[in-house]
Design a protein around this ligand. Structure first.
Ligand code: SF4
Length: 408
């Protein structure tokens, strides 16, 4: 008998071209979330960054993105406005960026735009502008007022929930809401009641949530994880939510982490940041023009993303020469030794690269969430397989993966 999940890794993966740019257009934020990798983990390089991306960097970014598209026969490119808090740049910045991008790229290359905001500065005027410029948006919120405000606070320590809720109410009153809203991005707090958090998100009338594992490494483990123990607090928090979401079978409400895991179980090549290890295709451009790998690496050590490249003097292609970039650009080739032998690596992918890091072994560790990921993925696989008709299961000769993991 075989399991649904098989170790399909092994073939050498070629790097994929960059199709998305995460633009750090503002390096400061009006919030000061306690878990933020930009301000409150090990890296403090934001202190040397310009507060806002300059016109010169904007023009060079678009031109270098164009060169990369032409060199790789790409006809679309995605720009994701990020920060810090991207709305701090002001409305003229976004108008200028999108105008320049369309002028430099069209008609051969079609740009698309989105913004990830904490929502606290969103107004009717901002919403009108995002509609006018065809920019979709995602909002960050961690759950109920009490849970959100435990971490998502401003520089005076005041919680942000009520300001974000006001923004969500504003968004939902907009006729373009369903077209533009990408969903809620939420960092998991295991000290909360998972079902209460899930039902709270459901009550907000949204279409999607992205539940994210807190950024952490083996040196600075996530809250509640005993690296030498056997506990699985994140799986134990996520499983009740999965069970309720799966039982509801509401195709109008998407919990992205679960959808990606189910897709990966059945061989999808789409992954989210926390699972999958499918080579990613994005680069970060900092406010000073720095071309960098994922900002989440900042959880590892000071300066890790400063790879010495800049849109003012380098081409995007050059990022592929930087060793740490391979963790993302050819992720399937860079798996830790333990993960290569794991029966669920084709779904888990070793987790997010920064979560593997320790100062002793670099990135050659399974994720600091390994036990949680294994328990969650096995649980989802069992639930999903149980729904398959007996005839399909017997034709495919499938056995529950749990037996394989326990026996391994
Ligand atoms: S992190 Fe753990 S569960 Fe994930 S692939 Fe590696 S060994 Fe397997």
């Amino acid at each position: 008998m075989k399991s649904v999940i098989e170790n399909k890794r092994g073939a050498e993966i070629k790097r994929r071209p960059i199709t998305s740019y995460v633009l750090k257009i503002a390096s400061r934020c009006n919030l000061n979330c306690k878990y933020c990798y930009v301000y409150n983990l090990t890296d403090k390089t934001y202190l040397n960054q310009p507060a806002v991306m300059s016109d010169e960097v904007v023009t060079s970014t678009i031109q270098k993105a164009r060169n990369h598209c032409v060199a790789n026969d790409l006809t679309t490119v995605e720009f994701i406005f990020h920060g810090g808090e991207p709305l701090l740049v002001g409305k003229d910045f976004l108008r200028n960026f999108t105008e320049q991008a369309r002028k430099i790229l069209l008609p051969q290359i079609r740009p698309s735009f989105s913004i990830q905001t904490n929502g606290t500065l969103l107004t009717t005027e901002w919403l009108q502008l995002l509609n006018e410029l065809n920019i979709s948006y995602g909002i960050s919120l961690d759950g109920t007022p009490e849970v959100n405000d435990a971490n998502r606070v401003d520089h005076q320590g005041k919680g942000s929930y009520h300001r974000v809720k006001a923004a969500l109410d504003l968004i939902k009153s907009d006729p373009n809401f369903e077209l533009r809203m990408n969903g809620i991005l939420s960092v998991i707090n295991i000290h909360s009641d998972p079902i209460e958090i899930y039902r709270h998100f459901r009550s907000l009338g949204l279409r999607a949530i992205d539940l994210r594992l807190p950024d952490a490494t083996h040196d600075i483990p996530p809250p509640g994880v005993d690296v030498n123990g056997t506990n699985t607090p994140y799986a134990d928090w996520l499983i009740p939510i999965f069970d309720e979401w799966f039982a509801e079978a509401d195709t109008e409400f998407n919990v992205r982490l679960f959808q990606y895991i189910i897709g990966l179980i059945f061989g999808s090549q789409k992954s989210t940041v926390d699972v999958g290890a499918i080579s990613s295709n994005f680069a970060v451009i900092e406010t000073d023009g720095g071309i960098e790998p994922s900002g989440a690496l900042k959880a590892c050590y000071e300066g890790i993303t400063k790879v010495g490249l800049n849109v003012l003097s380098n081409e995007i292609e050059e990022i592929f020469d930087i060793p740490v970039v391979a963790l993302f650009s050819t992720a399937e080739n860079e798996l830790p030794d333990t993960c290569k032998k794991c029966p669920i690596v084709s779904v888990c992918g070793g987790g997010k690269p920064p979560h593997r890091y320790s100062s002793a072994n670099g990135f050659n560790n399974p994720s600091v969430y390994c036990r949680d990921l294994m328990k969650l993925i096995v649980h989802i696989q069992e639930k999903v397989v149980a729904e398959l008709p007996e005839e399909v299961k017997s034709k495919m000769n499938l056995a529950p993966l749990k037996e394989l993991v326990v026996a391994d």
